[in-house]
Design a protein around this ligand. Structure first.
Ligand code: FES
Length: 156
């Protein structure tokens, strides 16, 4: 577990699945992340190589929101979330994939990883959980409430 992963307050060990946002909102925003607050922490929601990802929304370099960055091609061809400040970039697992100041051919190992939520998409809704072994997604027919998004909107 990285230092940032240790900072993520999940509230409980088994928080379960929480609805984060409509998939369409992430698609509309791309390549810019959608910021949400859920499970006690901020997350930057993006699509990396066709999969929805939720990365802890704090860059380990200078503690600024990763949601101010954008999706970009990574050094190994896989898409990354690139910090908008100095370009540190994070892959789907949250591992740091690039630090521009180190040079293009240097892959950082064990530096600056960020936590990720496990995500799933069902019927156009993106769900997230910190559970190590999440159960099945809950049934949800009422999509009008996104606690994570509402909390984020109130903070703006
Ligand atoms: S603050 Fe993110 S790369 Fe410097």
């Amino acid at each position: 577990m990285s230092a940032d992963a240790a900072l993520v307050d999940t509230g409980t060990e088994t928080a379960g699945w929480v609805p984060l946002v409509e998939l369409a909102e992430i698609e509309r925003s791309a390549p810019i992340p959608v910021p949400v607050t859920a499970l006690g922490s901020p997350w930057a929601l993006v699509i990396l190589d066709g999969e929805v990802r939720a990365l802890y929304d704090v860059c380990p370099h200078r503690r600024v929101p990763l949601s101010a960055g954008k999706v970009a091609p990574g050094p190994d061809g896989a898409e990354v979330l690139e910090c908008g400040y100095h370009g540190w970039s994070y892959g789907a697992s949250g591992a740091c994939a690039r630090i521009p100041a180190l040079g293009e051919n240097v892959v950082p190992r064990g530096m600056g990883s960020v936590a990720v939520l496990t995500t799933a998409v069902a019927d156009g809704v993106v769900w997230g959980t910190t559970d190590a072994a999440p159960g099945p997604l809950p049934d949800r027919t009422d999509r009008t409430e996104f606690p994570a998004q509402q909390l984020d909107d109130e903070e703006r």
